[in-house]
Design a protein around this ligand. Structure first.
Ligand SMILES: Cc1ncc(COP(=O)(O)O)c(C=O)c1O
Ligand SMILES: N[C@@H](CCCC[NH3+])C(=O)O
Length: 423
């Protein structure tokens, strides 16, 4: 997290002190760094530059961080978008990402979402079943359009990641088995309104081992040869995302984008088609922090409870995946202690860290949850009637609120009382 550092005893994001943002906006608040976003986009593009035919498409997985200002920053940095819903199509387009740089993934696209994609004129629909191909065909014919399609192949490889974010094993819901692929492509090629253009695979997220990715790409390579022999024009291979980021500095680091690029070069040699990638976490994970305040510290059986004003509703990764986020004081004194860090939500699962060696903090101090740019604000909820947390984007010495704190009034005003309760 190179643009997040302590200077003169206080943590800065680029040239803005986190205290300045907390004083103005309050806590909890997500804070993102433009410089880190731009650096990650450039590093990934560089790692895959020259691979495949033409210019590779690096389509940011919008689900990782759909904030419009973040998307606009990444769009300007040359990234396209990988979307999984009509909402994400709309956000990507609103952020200025050209339709021909948008890939539409997802196992449960509805007819309405397919229409959204067709009307926008997106580059390719990544389909996950023959049933989906039939529906898209009907929708495309009715709309008078042609949909360019790929099937997502489930290569049945174990990506070695958390079970809840593995997507490429036979027992995961995603894609079609490689053995069924030729039949699926034959069906799609026979359907009106569809044009077969590609193949795609994505085996999971937060991957630390390149071998399962190489195995999956190997299977895709074999399939490309078979599909071409069957007469299909396969022009685009979308290799998904998944490369992990370092959350815990004490653990060995994940492979670098350059290592990944070298593996891809080897795995795709001779494919003679355009490549696409869908990195999410790698682009935004280390570009954000969740800034929170310590509400109080109370004694615990073994370690003190540090109760902060951010909860599992703001950052669910620790309770959902036992994920580890570094927690640092915004004004570290050098003193360290062992503590449990928890939120205010009425669940014991609202725990960010147990018996964690960390900066010693007290009531009123501010802490930063590091590596909170991906799958963080976007997975927030209003559980315990806690309004959605605001988001701030920093660029050099400038910063701006890029999502307002949801007001309580707004949250409550969205509800309706049926007439039998108002009579
Ligand atoms: C189809 C698809 N593409 C891309 C991604 C992005 O993955 P990551 O954020 O791990 O790069 C995901 C999420 O796992 C996904 O499901
Ligand atoms: N939400 C997950 C990643 C899911 C990837 C989406 N397919 C996480 O925080 O790690």
């Amino acid at each position: 997290m190179d643009h997040f550092e302590v200077r003169d005893g206080r943590m800065f994001v680029e040239d803005v002190c986190l205290d300045e943002i907390a004083d103005a906006v309050g806590t909890p608040v997500y804070v993102y760094s433009t410089a880190t976003l731009e650096r990650h986009a450039a590093v990934f593009r560089q790692a895959v530059a020259g691979l495949g035919r033409g210019d590779p498409l690096v389509a940011f997985a919008v689900k990782a961080n759909p904030n419009g200002a973040v998307l606009a920053t990444l769009g300007r940095a040359g990234l396209g978008a990988d979307v999984v819903s009509g909402g994400e199509v709309a956000r990507a387009r609103a952020a200025g990402i050209a339709a021909d740089r948008i890939l539409f993934s997802g196992v449960g696209k509805t007819a309405a979402e397919m229409r959204d994609g067709l009307e926008a004129g997106i580059l390719q629909f990544n389909l996950e079943s023959q049933e989906e191909a039939r529906l898209l065909s009907e929708v495309a014919v009715a709309a008078g359009r042609t949909a360019d399609i790929a099937f997502r192949i489930n290569p049945d490889v174990d990506a070695g990641t958390h079970a809840k974010i593995s997507t490429g094993r036979a027992d995961n819901k995603f894609g079609i088995p490689a053995a069924d692929a030729r039949a699926a492509y034959a069906t799609a090629a026979s359907l009106p309104g569809l044009r077969v253009t590609g193949v795609t695979v994505h085996i999971g997220s937060q991957l630390f081992d390149l071998a399962p990715l190489a195995a999956a790409f190997g299977r895709l390579g074999t399939l490309i040869g078979q599909l071409r022999a069957d007469g299909h024009h396969i022009e685009l291979a979308d290799l998904g995302g998944g490369l992990g980021v370092p959350y815990d500095p004490a653990l060995p680091p994940p492979p670098t984008p350059a290592d990944y690029g070298a593996m891809v070069a080897q795995a795709t040699a001779g494919w003679d088609l355009r490549l696409a990638f869908e990195p999410g976490r790698l682009i935004v994970g280390n570009a954000g922090v969740l800034l929170a305040s310590v509400v109080r510290v109370k004694p615990g059986a073994e370690h003190p409870w540090v109760i902060v004003d951010a909860g599992m509703n703001d950052l669910i990764r620790p309770s959902l995946y036992d994920a580890w986020h570094d927690i640092r004081a915004v004004r570290p004194t050098g003193a360290r202690w062992m503590a449990n860090v928890v939120g205010p939500v009425c669940e014991s699962g609202d725990t960010f860290a147990t018996a964690r060696e960390m900066d010693q903090v007290g009531e009123g101090d501010r802490v930063a949850f590091m590596t909170a740019g991906a799958y963080a604000a976007t997975m927030a909820s209003t559980y315990n009637s806690r309004p959605l947390t605001p988001e701030v984007l920093v660029s050099g010495s400038r910063w701006a609120v890029v999502r307002e704190r949801q007001s309580l009034r707004e949250m409550i005003a969205a509800e309706r009382r049926p007439d039998w309760l108002t009579a």
